[in-house]
Design a protein around this ligand. Structure first.
Ligand SMILES: NC(=O)c1ccc[n+]([C@@H]2O[C@H](COP(=O)([O-])OP(=O)(O)OC[C@H]3O[C@@H](n4cnc5c(N)ncnc54)[C@H](OP(=O)(O)O)[C@@H]3O)[C@@H](O)[C@H]2O)c1
Length: 258
């Protein structure tokens, strides 16, 4: 299937490792020039080399998406290095505070929104004018099954639910401009250096086996490759009727029927 996105420019936040790296690789294999950002130069450089090996242009930008002062500079660096952004993948995110409502500090709760929502929100605002002007754009926000149904901690669950809501609202606004906005809700996906890999390494075997038995119907953690390919598909011409959706990719892990 030709996805029809060769020559487009993408930014994948948190694209140097994990799910973001897989998304960046899937896009590069389709001929997309991909910028990635992260906080560590070494991993950025390594992944940029892997992306370029697909014959595309790529740059790595040091930026912390939780830090508001980094966002405009990140956008400018991508536009200056590769051109205006056609495909935005807001991927960087994660848990900041594991305490429940009785113990979490307001600062920690807000910090989780800084990481999972506000940086990506501002990047959408910065990228949208070019997308609208050319009548084509794709925004893909990486949420979580815990943004759709109960699970995880209160800070992460709240921030991912807000990201899904912002996605839906933006999709309604931008539909007539050819800008499609979707979110993806992954389940537990294990990758090198990721939290589920650490969980499997650090927890007693019985704890890991119990988690898998009670939570993962396929009897194993997910791999990042299907997520990367889903991002490339949503970014493509082939996904032209999909907007405002939150697509679950979890091997049947979540309980919601919608
Ligand atoms: N893996 C899962 O099971 C799972 C499940 C549901 C949802 N998700 C969501 O999927 C996304 C990616 O998950 P993942 O497991 O790949 O996460 P991860 O392993 O924590 O992500 C690592 C990538 O994000 C970058 N990164 C981390 N914090 C950053 C920040 N503040 N600013 C910029 N870059 C940052 C890392 O580079 P540096 O460390 O060098 O900055 C690296 O490139 C997240 O939004 C997560 O919430 C993941």
């Amino acid at each position: 299937m030709d996805l029809g996105i060769k020559g487009k420019v993408a930014l994948v936040t948190g694209g140097s490792r994990g799910l973001g790296k897989q998304a960046a690789l899937s896009l590069a294999r389709e001929g997309v020039d991909v910028a990635i950002c992260g906080r560590t130069q070494e991993t950025l450089d390594k992944t940029v080399a892997e992306l370029k090996a697909n014959g595309v242009n790529s740059i790595g930008v040091i930026a912390d998406v939780a830090n508001q002062s980094d966002i405009k500079a990140l956008h400018e660096a991508v536009v200056g290095g590769l051109g205006p952004i056609d495909i935005l993948v807001n991927n960087a995110g994660g848990s900041q505070a594991r305490e429940d409502i009785t113990a979490v500090s307001l600062d920690a709760y807000k910090a989780t929104f800084d990481l999972n929502l506000y940086g990506g929100f501002e990047l959408m605002q910065l990228a949208i004018p070019h997308m609208r002007e050319q009548g084509w754009g794709r925004i893909i926000n990486i949420a979580s099954i815990y943004g759709r149904e109960w699970g995880g901690n209160i800070s992460y669950m709240s921030a991912k639910a807000a990201l899904i809501a912002a996605t839906k609202h933006a999709a309604q606004t931008l539909g007539k401009d050819g800008v499609l906005v979707n979110s993806i809700a992954p389940g537990s996906i294990s990758h090198e250096g990721g939290s589920w890999e650490r969980f499997q390494r650090d927890q007693p075997r019985e704890v890991v086996e119990d988690f898998i038995k009670n939570n993962l119907p396929m009897g194993k953690f997910g791999d990042p490759e299907p997520l990367g390919d889903l991002v490339a598909f949503l970014a493509s011409e082939r996904a032209s009727l999909i907007s405002g959706s939150c697509i679950v990719i979890d091997g049947g892990q979540s309980h919601s029927m919608i």
